[in-house]
Design a protein around this ligand. Structure first.
Ligand code: AMP
Length: 407
Protein backbone atom coordinates (compact mmCIF):
# COMPACT_ATOMS: atom_id res chain seq x y z
CA UNK A 1 0.00 0.00 0.00
CA UNK A 2 1.34 3.45 -0.85
CA UNK A 3 -0.06 6.95 -0.49
CA UNK A 4 -0.45 7.10 -4.29
CA UNK A 5 -3.30 4.58 -4.21
CA UNK A 6 -5.26 6.75 -1.77
CA UNK A 7 -7.25 9.44 -3.48
CA UNK A 8 -5.64 12.40 -1.80
CA UNK A 9 -5.38 15.76 -3.55
CA UNK A 10 -2.14 16.74 -5.25
CA UNK A 11 -1.36 19.41 -2.63
CA UNK A 12 -1.91 16.94 0.19
CA UNK A 13 0.26 14.29 -1.49
CA UNK A 14 3.00 16.87 -1.86
CA UNK A 15 2.83 17.50 1.90
CA UNK A 16 2.97 13.76 2.60
CA UNK A 17 6.16 13.61 0.57
CA UNK A 18 7.63 16.65 2.28
CA UNK A 19 6.87 15.06 5.65
CA UNK A 20 8.77 11.98 4.54
CA UNK A 21 5.85 9.57 5.02
CA UNK A 22 6.44 6.68 2.65
CA UNK A 23 3.73 4.19 3.45
CA UNK A 24 0.44 4.78 5.24
CA UNK A 25 0.17 3.35 8.74
CA UNK A 26 -2.59 0.74 9.29
CA UNK A 27 -5.04 3.29 10.65
CA UNK A 28 -4.36 5.59 7.69
CA UNK A 29 -4.89 2.76 5.21
CA UNK A 30 -8.28 2.04 6.74
CA UNK A 31 -9.49 5.48 7.74
CA UNK A 32 -8.48 7.62 4.76
CA UNK A 33 -10.75 5.94 2.13
CA UNK A 34 -13.69 5.97 4.57
CA UNK A 35 -13.14 9.61 5.50
CA UNK A 36 -12.80 10.54 1.81
CA UNK A 37 -16.12 8.78 1.16
CA UNK A 38 -17.75 10.95 3.83
CA UNK A 39 -18.36 8.16 6.35
CA UNK A 40 -18.35 8.66 10.12
CA UNK A 41 -15.37 6.85 11.60
CA UNK A 42 -14.52 5.60 15.09
CA UNK A 43 -10.81 4.91 15.52
CA UNK A 44 -9.90 2.99 18.62
CA UNK A 45 -6.20 3.38 18.00
CA UNK A 46 -3.58 4.50 20.45
CA UNK A 47 -1.63 7.68 19.93
CA UNK A 48 1.50 7.22 17.90
CA UNK A 49 -0.35 5.24 15.25
CA UNK A 50 -0.52 8.16 12.84
CA UNK A 51 -4.10 9.07 13.62
CA UNK A 52 -3.62 12.81 13.10
CA UNK A 53 -2.80 12.25 9.44
CA UNK A 54 -5.53 9.59 9.25
CA UNK A 55 -8.13 12.32 9.71
CA UNK A 56 -6.06 15.35 8.61
CA UNK A 57 -5.13 14.22 5.11
CA UNK A 58 -8.66 13.29 3.96
CA UNK A 59 -10.24 16.38 5.55
CA UNK A 60 -7.73 18.66 3.80
CA UNK A 61 -8.44 16.86 0.54
CA UNK A 62 -12.18 17.33 0.95
CA UNK A 63 -11.94 20.99 1.97
CA UNK A 64 -9.81 21.66 -1.12
CA UNK A 65 -10.18 25.46 -1.39
CA UNK A 66 -10.64 28.18 1.24
CA UNK A 67 -14.23 29.27 1.96
CA UNK A 68 -16.19 30.76 4.86
CA UNK A 69 -15.52 28.67 7.88
CA UNK A 70 -14.50 27.05 10.02
CA UNK A 71 -15.48 23.97 8.01
CA UNK A 72 -13.40 21.51 10.01
CA UNK A 73 -13.31 21.48 13.80
CA UNK A 74 -10.96 19.28 15.80
CA UNK A 75 -11.54 19.07 19.56
CA UNK A 76 -8.65 18.12 21.82
CA UNK A 77 -8.56 17.55 25.59
CA UNK A 78 -5.43 19.55 26.43
CA UNK A 79 -3.70 22.63 25.17
CA UNK A 80 -0.52 20.67 24.47
CA UNK A 81 -2.39 18.23 22.27
CA UNK A 82 -4.25 21.05 20.55
CA UNK A 83 -0.94 22.78 19.80
CA UNK A 84 0.64 19.54 18.61
CA UNK A 85 -2.24 18.55 16.32
CA UNK A 86 -2.43 22.08 14.98
CA UNK A 87 1.24 22.12 14.02
CA UNK A 88 0.87 18.70 12.36
CA UNK A 89 -2.08 20.05 10.35
CA UNK A 90 -0.13 23.18 9.37
CA UNK A 91 2.49 20.89 7.87
CA UNK A 92 -0.14 18.81 6.06
CA UNK A 93 -1.83 21.98 4.72
CA UNK A 94 1.44 23.55 3.61
CA UNK A 95 0.79 23.27 -0.12
CA UNK A 96 -2.89 24.25 0.09
CA UNK A 97 -4.38 27.69 0.56
CA UNK A 98 -6.37 26.52 3.57
CA UNK A 99 -6.08 28.51 6.80
CA UNK A 100 -5.69 26.83 10.15
CA UNK A 101 -5.95 28.18 13.70
CA UNK A 102 -5.77 26.85 17.23
CA UNK A 103 -7.54 28.10 20.34
CA UNK A 104 -6.94 26.90 23.89
CA UNK A 105 -7.13 28.26 27.40
CA UNK A 106 -4.39 29.59 29.65
CA UNK A 107 -3.24 32.26 27.18
CA UNK A 108 -4.64 35.65 26.11
CA UNK A 109 -7.51 36.08 23.67
CA UNK A 110 -6.04 38.72 21.34
CA UNK A 111 -4.07 36.48 18.97
CA UNK A 112 -6.83 33.89 18.84
CA UNK A 113 -9.41 36.62 18.12
CA UNK A 114 -7.28 37.93 15.26
CA UNK A 115 -6.93 34.47 13.79
CA UNK A 116 -10.67 33.82 14.03
CA UNK A 117 -11.48 37.22 12.56
CA UNK A 118 -9.20 36.60 9.58
CA UNK A 119 -11.21 33.49 8.84
CA UNK A 120 -10.12 29.89 9.19
CA UNK A 121 -10.92 26.70 7.35
CA UNK A 122 -9.64 24.34 10.02
CA UNK A 123 -9.94 25.07 13.72
CA UNK A 124 -8.27 23.02 16.45
CA UNK A 125 -9.61 23.77 19.91
CA UNK A 126 -9.99 22.72 23.51
CA UNK A 127 -13.69 22.72 24.47
CA UNK A 128 -13.74 25.39 27.21
CA UNK A 129 -11.94 28.10 25.27
CA UNK A 130 -13.91 27.39 22.12
CA UNK A 131 -17.16 27.93 24.04
CA UNK A 132 -15.74 31.21 25.42
CA UNK A 133 -15.06 32.43 21.89
CA UNK A 134 -18.51 31.36 20.78
CA UNK A 135 -20.18 33.18 23.67
CA UNK A 136 -18.21 36.31 22.86
CA UNK A 137 -19.42 36.08 19.28
CA UNK A 138 -15.97 35.42 17.81
CA UNK A 139 -16.77 32.09 16.31
CA UNK A 140 -19.73 30.23 14.83
CA UNK A 141 -19.86 26.59 13.96
CA UNK A 142 -22.70 26.63 11.45
CA UNK A 143 -20.43 25.75 8.53
CA UNK A 144 -18.62 22.86 10.16
CA UNK A 145 -18.74 19.93 7.75
CA UNK A 146 -16.07 17.81 9.45
CA UNK A 147 -15.96 17.33 13.20
CA UNK A 148 -13.19 15.36 14.90
CA UNK A 149 -13.46 14.37 18.56
CA UNK A 150 -9.90 13.39 19.32
CA UNK A 151 -8.87 11.56 22.51
CA UNK A 152 -12.54 11.32 23.43
CA UNK A 153 -11.91 9.18 26.52
CA UNK A 154 -9.52 11.78 27.82
CA UNK A 155 -12.06 14.53 27.29
CA UNK A 156 -14.46 12.40 29.30
CA UNK A 157 -11.89 11.86 32.11
CA UNK A 158 -11.30 15.57 32.29
CA UNK A 159 -14.97 16.37 32.68
CA UNK A 160 -15.41 17.96 29.25
CA UNK A 161 -18.36 15.85 28.09
CA UNK A 162 -21.02 18.54 28.79
CA UNK A 163 -18.90 21.10 26.89
CA UNK A 164 -18.34 18.65 24.03
CA UNK A 165 -22.07 18.05 23.76
CA UNK A 166 -22.77 21.80 23.74
CA UNK A 167 -20.29 22.22 20.92
CA UNK A 168 -21.66 19.29 18.91
CA UNK A 169 -25.17 20.80 19.20
CA UNK A 170 -23.91 24.00 17.58
CA UNK A 171 -22.54 22.14 14.55
CA UNK A 172 -24.82 21.40 11.60
CA UNK A 173 -26.55 18.02 11.70
CA UNK A 174 -25.26 17.29 8.21
CA UNK A 175 -21.60 16.75 8.82
CA UNK A 176 -18.94 14.09 8.99
CA UNK A 177 -17.91 13.08 12.50
CA UNK A 178 -14.79 11.15 13.41
CA UNK A 179 -14.02 10.03 16.94
CA UNK A 180 -10.71 8.74 18.23
CA UNK A 181 -10.35 7.11 21.60
CA UNK A 182 -7.91 4.61 23.06
CA UNK A 183 -10.77 3.09 25.06
CA UNK A 184 -14.53 3.18 24.49
CA UNK A 185 -16.19 3.39 27.91
CA UNK A 186 -19.96 3.44 28.28
CA UNK A 187 -20.25 7.26 28.18
CA UNK A 188 -18.36 7.37 24.90
CA UNK A 189 -20.69 4.74 23.47
CA UNK A 190 -23.56 7.06 24.36
CA UNK A 191 -21.83 9.98 22.71
CA UNK A 192 -21.27 7.87 19.61
CA UNK A 193 -24.96 6.94 19.41
CA UNK A 194 -25.97 10.55 19.83
CA UNK A 195 -23.40 12.34 17.68
CA UNK A 196 -22.56 9.94 14.86
CA UNK A 197 -24.36 8.45 11.88
CA UNK A 198 -23.73 4.81 10.98
CA UNK A 199 -20.09 5.00 12.05
CA UNK A 200 -17.53 2.47 10.88
CA UNK A 201 -15.22 1.28 13.65
CA UNK A 202 -11.55 0.79 12.98
CA UNK A 203 -9.58 -1.08 15.58
CA UNK A 204 -5.89 -1.12 15.18
CA UNK A 205 -4.58 -3.99 17.24
CA UNK A 206 -6.42 -5.17 20.30
CA UNK A 207 -7.99 -2.16 21.91
CA UNK A 208 -6.32 -2.71 25.22
CA UNK A 209 -2.96 -4.06 24.20
CA UNK A 210 -0.05 -1.72 24.84
CA UNK A 211 2.46 -1.09 22.11
CA UNK A 212 4.02 -4.39 21.26
CA UNK A 213 7.44 -2.95 20.68
CA UNK A 214 7.77 -1.97 24.34
CA UNK A 215 9.58 -4.17 26.86
CA UNK A 216 7.97 -4.10 30.28
CA UNK A 217 9.57 -4.72 33.67
CA UNK A 218 8.44 -4.33 37.27
CA UNK A 219 11.00 -3.44 39.93
CA UNK A 220 9.84 -4.51 43.39
CA UNK A 221 11.34 -2.20 46.02
CA UNK A 222 10.84 -1.09 49.63
CA UNK A 223 9.03 2.24 49.76
CA UNK A 224 11.96 3.85 51.55
CA UNK A 225 14.23 2.97 48.62
CA UNK A 226 12.18 4.25 45.71
CA UNK A 227 14.32 7.36 45.30
CA UNK A 228 17.56 5.44 45.53
CA UNK A 229 16.38 2.85 43.04
CA UNK A 230 15.27 5.54 40.60
CA UNK A 231 18.67 7.21 40.78
CA UNK A 232 20.43 3.85 40.44
CA UNK A 233 18.33 2.91 37.42
CA UNK A 234 19.19 6.19 35.74
CA UNK A 235 22.80 5.55 36.59
CA UNK A 236 22.91 2.04 35.18
CA UNK A 237 20.50 2.01 32.28
CA UNK A 238 21.72 3.21 28.96
CA UNK A 239 18.98 5.58 28.08
CA UNK A 240 18.84 8.49 25.73
CA UNK A 241 15.71 10.19 26.96
CA UNK A 242 13.34 9.22 29.69
CA UNK A 243 9.97 10.24 31.04
CA UNK A 244 9.37 9.59 34.74
CA UNK A 245 5.69 9.37 35.63
CA UNK A 246 4.39 10.31 39.07
CA UNK A 247 0.89 10.04 40.43
CA UNK A 248 0.63 13.53 41.93
CA UNK A 249 1.87 17.01 41.09
CA UNK A 250 3.63 17.25 44.42
CA UNK A 251 5.26 13.88 43.81
CA UNK A 252 6.42 15.06 40.39
CA UNK A 253 7.96 18.20 41.91
CA UNK A 254 9.77 16.15 44.57
CA UNK A 255 11.12 13.64 42.06
CA UNK A 256 12.25 16.46 39.77
CA UNK A 257 14.07 18.04 42.70
CA UNK A 258 15.72 14.73 43.54
CA UNK A 259 16.90 14.20 39.97
CA UNK A 260 18.18 17.76 39.65
CA UNK A 261 20.20 17.23 42.81
CA UNK A 262 21.47 14.04 41.23
CA UNK A 263 22.89 16.10 38.35
CA UNK A 264 20.25 15.45 35.69
CA UNK A 265 18.79 18.08 33.38
CA UNK A 266 15.13 17.82 34.29
CA UNK A 267 11.88 19.37 33.07
CA UNK A 268 8.53 19.02 34.85
CA UNK A 269 5.11 18.81 33.27
CA UNK A 270 1.93 18.95 35.33
CA UNK A 271 -1.30 20.85 35.32
CA UNK A 272 -0.33 23.42 37.96
CA UNK A 273 2.48 24.74 35.80
CA UNK A 274 1.69 27.80 33.72
CA UNK A 275 1.21 27.43 30.01
CA UNK A 276 4.58 29.01 29.28
CA UNK A 277 6.30 26.72 31.80
CA UNK A 278 4.67 23.71 30.16
CA UNK A 279 5.67 24.82 26.70
CA UNK A 280 9.21 25.53 27.87
CA UNK A 281 9.40 22.06 29.45
CA UNK A 282 8.11 20.30 26.36
CA UNK A 283 10.20 22.24 23.88
CA UNK A 284 13.30 21.77 26.02
CA UNK A 285 12.71 18.05 26.29
CA UNK A 286 11.99 17.65 22.58
CA UNK A 287 15.15 19.54 21.68
CA UNK A 288 17.26 17.56 24.14
CA UNK A 289 17.98 20.44 26.52
CA UNK A 290 16.42 18.31 29.24
CA UNK A 291 17.21 14.61 29.34
CA UNK A 292 14.50 13.70 31.81
CA UNK A 293 10.88 14.79 31.79
CA UNK A 294 8.96 14.24 35.02
CA UNK A 295 5.23 14.23 34.36
CA UNK A 296 1.81 13.44 35.75
CA UNK A 297 -0.77 11.56 33.70
CA UNK A 298 -3.08 14.45 33.01
CA UNK A 299 -0.33 16.55 31.49
CA UNK A 300 1.13 13.94 29.26
CA UNK A 301 -1.52 11.96 27.50
CA UNK A 302 -1.24 11.84 23.77
CA UNK A 303 1.86 13.96 23.50
CA UNK A 304 3.92 13.19 20.47
CA UNK A 305 7.37 13.11 21.95
CA UNK A 306 9.80 11.36 19.67
CA UNK A 307 12.48 8.88 20.58
CA UNK A 308 11.84 8.37 24.24
CA UNK A 309 13.90 5.32 24.99
CA UNK A 310 12.57 4.73 28.50
CA UNK A 311 9.44 5.35 30.48
CA UNK A 312 9.85 4.93 34.22
CA UNK A 313 6.74 4.70 36.35
CA UNK A 314 7.91 6.05 39.67
CA UNK A 315 4.38 5.37 40.86
CA UNK A 316 2.16 2.60 39.55
CA UNK A 317 -0.79 4.32 37.87
CA UNK A 318 -4.07 4.12 39.77
CA UNK A 319 -6.08 3.68 36.60
CA UNK A 320 -4.81 0.76 34.51
CA UNK A 321 -5.59 2.55 31.25
CA UNK A 322 -3.05 5.22 32.25
CA UNK A 323 -0.37 2.52 32.15
CA UNK A 324 -1.12 2.02 28.48
CA UNK A 325 -1.04 5.75 27.82
CA UNK A 326 2.18 6.19 29.73
CA UNK A 327 4.06 3.43 27.94
CA UNK A 328 2.74 4.78 24.66
CA UNK A 329 5.38 7.51 25.02
CA UNK A 330 8.06 4.96 24.18
CA UNK A 331 8.05 2.43 21.40
CA UNK A 332 6.24 4.91 19.16
CA UNK A 333 6.30 4.53 15.40
CA UNK A 334 7.72 1.02 15.70
CA UNK A 335 10.83 2.13 17.58
CA UNK A 336 11.81 0.00 20.54
CA UNK A 337 11.39 1.23 24.08
CA UNK A 338 11.49 0.14 27.69
CA UNK A 339 8.83 0.66 30.32
CA UNK A 340 10.04 0.22 33.90
CA UNK A 341 7.71 0.36 36.87
CA UNK A 342 8.72 0.67 40.51
CA UNK A 343 6.46 -1.45 42.69
CA UNK A 344 6.08 -1.28 46.46
CA UNK A 345 3.89 -3.40 48.71
CA UNK A 346 1.17 -0.74 48.52
CA UNK A 347 1.08 -1.05 44.74
CA UNK A 348 0.31 -4.76 44.52
CA UNK A 349 -3.40 -4.37 43.79
CA UNK A 350 -2.77 -1.66 41.21
CA UNK A 351 -0.18 -3.83 39.50
CA UNK A 352 -2.70 -6.67 39.35
CA UNK A 353 -5.20 -4.30 37.80
CA UNK A 354 -2.67 -3.23 35.15
CA UNK A 355 -1.75 -6.84 34.39
CA UNK A 356 -5.42 -7.72 34.10
CA UNK A 357 -6.03 -4.79 31.83
CA UNK A 358 -3.21 -5.59 29.44
CA UNK A 359 -3.90 -9.33 29.74
CA UNK A 360 -0.35 -10.29 30.56
CA UNK A 361 1.99 -10.58 33.48
CA UNK A 362 4.85 -8.16 33.56
CA UNK A 363 8.28 -9.58 34.29
CA UNK A 364 9.76 -8.82 37.72
CA UNK A 365 13.28 -7.46 37.64
CA UNK A 366 16.08 -6.61 40.04
CA UNK A 367 18.77 -4.11 39.38
CA UNK A 368 22.14 -5.76 39.60
CA UNK A 369 24.40 -4.39 42.32
CA UNK A 370 21.65 -2.41 44.07
CA UNK A 371 21.71 -2.79 47.83
CA UNK A 372 18.10 -3.84 48.36
CA UNK A 373 16.36 -3.47 51.70
CA UNK A 374 14.22 -6.48 52.40
CA UNK A 375 10.61 -6.41 51.27
CA UNK A 376 8.34 -9.42 50.95
CA UNK A 377 7.94 -8.54 47.29
CA UNK A 378 11.52 -9.59 46.68
CA UNK A 379 10.68 -13.15 47.74
CA UNK A 380 8.07 -13.48 45.06
CA UNK A 381 9.91 -11.73 42.25
CA UNK A 382 9.80 -13.74 39.12
CA UNK A 383 12.83 -13.57 36.91
CA UNK A 384 12.58 -11.89 33.58
CA UNK A 385 12.91 -14.19 30.64
CA UNK A 386 15.44 -13.60 27.93
CA UNK A 387 18.03 -10.91 27.58
CA UNK A 388 15.89 -7.87 28.15
CA UNK A 389 18.27 -5.01 28.12
CA UNK A 390 18.25 -1.41 27.17
CA UNK A 391 18.59 -0.38 23.56
CA UNK A 392 22.25 0.49 23.82
CA UNK A 393 22.98 -2.54 25.91
CA UNK A 394 21.69 -4.78 23.17
CA UNK A 395 23.88 -2.87 20.77
CA UNK A 396 26.81 -4.25 22.71
CA UNK A 397 27.80 -1.01 24.32
CA UNK A 398 26.81 -1.82 27.82
CA UNK A 399 29.54 -1.12 30.29
CA UNK A 400 27.99 -2.21 33.53
CA UNK A 401 25.74 -5.02 34.51
CA UNK A 402 22.07 -4.52 33.95
CA UNK A 403 20.91 -7.98 34.64
CA UNK A 404 17.80 -9.53 35.94
CA UNK A 405 18.12 -11.79 38.92
CA UNK A 406 18.28 -15.46 38.06
CA UNK A 407 15.30 -15.83 40.36
P1 AMP B 1 0.09 10.55 15.73
O1 AMP B 1 -0.43 9.19 16.11
O2 AMP B 1 -0.82 11.25 14.78
O3 AMP B 1 0.44 11.37 16.95
O4 AMP B 1 1.45 10.35 14.89
C1 AMP B 1 2.61 9.84 15.49
C2 AMP B 1 3.86 10.18 14.68
O5 AMP B 1 3.93 9.39 13.50
C3 AMP B 1 3.95 11.62 14.23
O6 AMP B 1 5.26 12.09 14.53
C4 AMP B 1 3.75 11.58 12.73
O7 AMP B 1 4.48 12.60 12.08
C5 AMP B 1 4.27 10.21 12.37
N1 AMP B 1 3.58 9.62 11.20
C6 AMP B 1 2.28 9.67 10.91
N2 AMP B 1 1.99 9.00 9.78
C7 AMP B 1 3.15 8.49 9.32
C8 AMP B 1 3.52 7.69 8.17
N3 AMP B 1 2.63 7.27 7.29
N4 AMP B 1 4.82 7.37 8.05
C9 AMP B 1 5.74 7.78 8.96
N5 AMP B 1 5.45 8.53 10.06
C10 AMP B 1 4.18 8.88 10.24
Amino acid sequence: MSFDTLELSGAVRQAVQALGFETPTPIQTEAIPLMLAGRDVIGSAQTGTGKTAAFGLPILTRLAEPADGPRALILEPTRELAAQVHSALVEMARFTKLETAVVYGGVGYARQNDALRRGVDILVATPGRLLDHMERGHCRLDRVAHLVLDEADRMLDMGFMPDVRRIVRRCPARRQTALFSATIPFEIENLIKWAMRKPVTIEIGARRSPAETVRHALYPVATAQKNDLLLALLEQLHWESVIVFCRTKRGADLVAHLLKKGGHAVAVLHSSRTQSEREHALQGFRKGRYEVLVATDIASRGLDIQDVTHVINYDVPQHPEDYVHRIGRTGRAQAEGDALTLMTVEDVSHVRAVEGYISRQIDRARLDGFDYLYTTLLDTSRPATGGRRSRRARGGRVGRGFRFSPG
